[in-house]
Design a protein around this ligand. Structure first.
Ligand code: TRP
Length: 332
């Protein structure tokens, strides 16, 4: 039986951190057991923000190397670059013809910009480019081009998936058949919020992240900065109210967690000791990832080759879909 298709786009936005790894990368990679998986680097989406070509180029390599180093196996998963599949942009043009402007007016990212402009007495559309405004259409094209059954994303992307669904349904109704597969969001649960250095959710906007590929010394220095309370070494401590332990749990197996829990409750474990233990377990886990990441970043030709091989495959699939669509809409 054919497996269902899971597809997701990865925006190239520098330095992935531990929150990205446990919140997005790992769950997306695990889907490969159940689904036929397709991952792509959403480089033209990034052009809306990143205008410096050197920066964009570097970020594309970084995100590709990051996913590959974290275990994306290009032999068993399709990985490609959005920009290398021009059919995406042709489909986007088709979708635009069916997308009510009002639907785009309701997109969260656009609405937030309009609201902040209005509050600051600026023109409502100040700083809004058409790439941002039509972002949900391009994202719909990414998804609908490859007949995705499910789209694993964070909850911030849920609205975009619903828009893709809406647009696909409008088109299917117009042609009176299932021209486009109607996708479903697979929203990563926020139950396991990853805590950052300051105890808030780990996020670039809070500047409290632990990047995955930091060199060992910098990693240790960062972990020593985790905010704790002023309990003394002797005092017994509550592991369930501790930022250090919440990170430790992500990396430790059950037995390691039980042992650390006992040390917390027994007293005599200082915050410095807990941080050292956390550093050691993180470092042990990510050292092979870091080594692979550095190896890939030192051989960008190899990354190019992987992406081009996947992109060639993606173009073939996309062209089949477009031949059907061109006939369906009547340009062929
Ligand atoms: N918008 C997504 C994000 O910001 C990235 C993305 C682009 C995407 N196209 C996609 C995700 C298609 C899933 C499917 O994270």
């Amino acid at each position: 039986m054919n497996k269902k298709i899971a597809l997701t786009g990865i925006k190239p936005t520098g330095d992935p951190h531990i929150g990205n790894y446990f919140g997005a990368i790992k769950p997306a990679l695990q889907l490969a057991e159940q689904y036929e998986t397709r991952y792509f680097i959403a480089d033209y989406h990034a052009l809306n923000q990143t205008r410096d070509p050197e920066v964009l180029r570097e970020q594309i390599y970084e995100i590709a190397a990051a996913w590959l180093a974290c275990g994306l196996d290009p032999e068993h998963n399709l990985i490609y670059k959005q920009s290398a599949v021009p059919q995406t942009f042709e489909l986007s043009t088709i979708l635009l013809a069916f997308t009510p402007k009002g639907l785009m007016n309701r997109a969260h990212a656009y609405k937030a910009m309009v609201q902040s402009n209005t509050e600051q007495n600026r023109d409502p559309d100040d700083g809004v480019n058409m790439g941002l405004f039509t972002y949900p259409v391009l994202m719909s094209a990414d998804i609908l081009l490859f007949d995705a059954d499910v789209v694993p994303v964070g909850s911030d992307q849920q609205q975009h998936i619903e828009m893709a669904t809406d647009i696909a349904e409008v088109i299917n109704r117009n042609y009176n058949k299932e021209v486009l597969k109607v996708p479903q969001g697979l929203i990563h649960k926020d139950t396991g919020i990853i805590i950052g250095l300051d105890g808030r959710k780990m996020s670039k906007s809070y500047n409290n992240t632990i990047p995955i590929f930091l060199p060992e010394k910098k990693l240790r220095k960062l972990i020593m900065k985790i905010v704790t309370n002023s309990q003394t070494i002797e005092e017994p401590k509550d592991p369930d109210k501790c930022n250090i332990f919440s990170l430790f749990k992500l990396f430790a197996d059950q037995q390691q967690q039980n042992e650390m829990r006992k040390r917390y409750l027994a007293g005599g474990l200082g915050w410095g000791h807990a941080k050292q233990a956390l550093f050691e377990i993180i470092n042990e886990t990510i050292t092979p990832f870091r080594e692979e990441y550095n190896r890939l970043m030192a051989d960008k030709g190899h990354i190019d080759a992987i992406l081009e091989k996947g992109s060639a495959q993606a173009r073939e699939l996309a062209e089949q879909k477009l031949v059907m669509l061109r006939k369906e809409v009547g340009v062929l």
